[in-house]
Design a protein around this ligand. Structure first.
Ligand SMILES: Cc1cc2nc3c(=O)[nH]c(=O)nc-3n(C[C@H](O)[C@H](O)[C@H](O)COP(=O)(O)O)c2cc1C
Length: 188
């Protein structure tokens, strides 16, 4: 697949509920909007999506390998440089690591670097519950990401926080709100 008319969108999925819909909820609509999409998963999300065949479907759709491990130094970069990154859903674990600068997997490395790169937007949807958000470190993580300019899709208007195991396992993620935060937005 050639470069999209909007540029290259780095899509990151983590091991949180709803990541199994990454293709239909986010990647297909982004491609339709004109993005060239390059998908990266955390190692755990990679295991989940490989197990249900979604990883192969994402590769067919994007024409690029799905990354869930870092390359060897001797290997070429498998993805083009992204003009924008979007993390959806971001687990509580991923948010904590990103906010504190931890970069111990490919999905964290590229977004952490983008946060420190001038002119590269980062959109992030925390796929968390009320218990995650009551952790004493949580508000600091959110504040740190906001201060860094990360466009957070977060708050009761987009994702009311439910107690653990309160919502349905297949609760729809706010994909439309995520797409609307991309440069150029998305039709409502
Ligand atoms: C079935 C299942 C669903 C989960 N859903 C969530 C979730 O919605 N949000 C979250 O923050 N963690 C969730 N977790 C916990 C994360 O998977 C766990 O913290 C994991 O270490 C995150 O890895 P990652 O951040 O590297 O993707 C879930 C775990 C399982 C097994």
């Amino acid at each position: 697949m050639g470069a999209g008319s909007r540029g290259v969108l780095g899509v990151v999925g983590t091991a949180a509920d709803g990541v199994e819909k990454l293709r239909t909820g986010l990647v297909e609509p982004a491609v339709a909007l004109g993005w060239q999409v390059a998908v990266t998963l955390t190692p755990t999300a990679g295991r989940w999506l490989r197990a249900d065949g979604e990883l192969d479907r994402l590769e067919s759709l994007t024409g690029l390998p799905v990354r869930d491990t870092p390359r060897l130094p001797s290997e070429p970069r498998p993805h083009p440089v992204a003009d924008c990154h979007v993390v959806a859903p971001a687990s509580a674990d991923y948010v904590a690591k990103l906010a504190t600068g931890i970069a111990d997997n490919q999905a964290l490395t590229q977004v952490g670097e983008a946060i420190g790169t001038i002119g590269v937007p980062v959109v992030l949807f925390p796929g968390v519950n009320a218990a995650h958000a009551r952790h004493p470190a949580w508000s600091g993580h959110i504040a740190a990401l906001r201060a860094a300019g990360v466009r957070l899709v977060y708050g009761p208007h987009v994702w009311p926080l439910l107690e653990p195991r309160e919502g349905p396992a297949d609760r729809e993620l706010p994909w439309q709100a995520v797409l609307a935060e991309l440069p150029g937005g998305a039709p409502a």
